[in-house]
Design a binder for this molecule. Structure first.
Ligand SMILES: Cc1cc2nc3c(=O)[nH]c(=O)nc-3n(C[C@H](O)[C@H](O)[C@H](O)COP(=O)(O)OP(=O)(O)OC[C@H]3O[C@@H](n4cnc5c(N)ncnc54)[C@H](O)[C@@H]3O)c2cc1C
Length: 353
């Protein structure tokens, strides 16, 4: 009998592992495992978050992330709409007592350290397809609500109905607020001590990422958005490459707001009458300390469209994105006002004895 593996969570990790496990074969070409993925949301292939929804954020895979995927037999560059970035452009605030802009610093990335950038949605949907091709079964809109650790039965809620699933091995790939981890922790704290056993698994909170993220997508590439600001830079002539290229990653920071913004090149699918082409755009991920984005939003509601206070998106983004043309900044602000927040969640350490 093949080992029955149930993976909870069909995000990038759950679907990538499912693809790898479901590809296993014995020397006799038999499948030693059966793999099932249970995800609480609809399939990434069909679920389309609006461009400024937190689930639309991009994942920039560094060398470590790319190596991990290669070990699972996934080629990161093949992820749908992936862009390979080979330089990071750091935008520096104007020097004190002058309004003159300081040219950004360009750091080219060596081949090994190039970043592969893809929208989380595209990445997950690509891994879903690989997992299914390898023979894994994916169940969407199934939320894990309970686990019977002794009987090895996981309970899912599916469209209001309860669905019980037996397993030989349960894998929790359900993100930073993992329900699998919480249930296992509760089980070890309550069940085992009562019977005289010491817990074999314990979760300790180490830190909590209180920063909040929001995203906005601008359909023009980096050279168009920032090219007009930097095209007259005289030093550019001495450089080996144009100051701003479309596949660059950009970063800005503001000490005043303890905030940062990263802009990633993304491919956008544009359907024309004849074909589909993928021009590059930029996805701006703005990151502020927890609570600040909500404060900006409240200000915007109270004061109408234009808010002069320091506690507003307008003032904060003017400080942060100082060299981004005003009309682009206004577009970003409009998207942020209507978008959702995401945060990094809790960092925990799982202690197994
Ligand atoms: C704004 C933002 C930007 C980021 N940028 C980067 C980056 O640039 N580079 C990078 O490497 N990482 C980045 N990360 C981190 C990256 O998103 C995570 O490392 C990655 O998503 C982890 O994938 P995962 O599948 O483990 O978890 P998740 O992506 O969290 O997926 C977990 C899945 O489990 C499902 N789930 C949860 N609970 C249940 C349940 N009870 N039952 C069933 N299903 C459940 C969820 O719906 C979800 O689909 C970023 C994160 C955020 C929030």
């Amino acid at each position: 009998m093949p080992l029955r593996i149930v993976i909870v969570g069909g995000g990038p990790t759950g679907t990538a592992i499912a693809h790898n496990l479901a590809s296993w074969k014995t020397a006799d070409n038999e499948k030693p495992v059966e793999v099932f993925v249970y995800e609480r949301y609809p399939a990434a292939t069909i679920y389309t978050p609006s461009s400024n929804h937190s689930r639309a954020y991009v994942i920039a895979l560094n060398y470590r992330g790319q190596s991990a995927l290669r070990r699972l037999q996934i080629v990161p560059e093949n992820i749908t709409n992936a862009v390979v970035a080979d330089a990071v452009v750091t935008h520096r605030p104007p020097k004190k007592k002058t309004t003159q802009l300081t040219p950004p610093h360009v750091r080219p990335l060596e081949d090994k350290y190039r970043q592969v950038i893809a929208k989380r949605q595209d990445m997950t949907s690509y891994f879903e397809q690989l997992a299914e091709k390898s023979g894994a079964t994916l169940h969407h809109e199934h939320e894990l609500v309970d686990v019977d650790w002794k009987q090895k039965i996981a309970t899912f809620r599916h469209r209001g109905l309860i669905h019980k699933v037996g397993y030989d091995l349960l894998i929790g790939a359900d993100g930073t607020k993992s329900v699998v981890r919480t249930l296992l922790d509760q089980h070890c704290q309550t069940e085992q001590p009562r019977k005289g056993f010491s817990p074999s698994f314990r979760v300790e909170a180490t830190e909590c990422d209180r920063m909040e993220y929001q995203v906005a997508v601008i359909p023009q590439p980096g050279s168009e958005i920032l090219g007009s600001v930097w095209k007259n830079d005289t030093k550019q002539l001495k450089r080996k490459r144009p100051l701003i290229q479309d596949t660059d990653v950009h970063s800005w920071n503001s000490k005043k707001y303890n905030a940062m913004c990263l802009a990633f090149p993304i491919q956008q699918s544009v359907k024309t009458t004849n074909n589909t082409h993928n021009p590059l755009g930029l996805l701006f991920a703005v990151i502020f300390p927890g609570g600040m984005l909500e404060a900006f939003r409240q200000q915007a509601k109270q004061n109408g469209k234009v808010v002069q206070s320091d506690q507003s998106y307008e003032a904060a983004l003017e400080s942060l994105l100082h060299d981004v043309p005003k009309h682009v900044r206004s577009d970003i602000i409009d998207q942020l006002k209507g978008g959702d927040f995401a945060n990094g969640g809790n960092c925990v350490r799982a202690l197994c004895q």
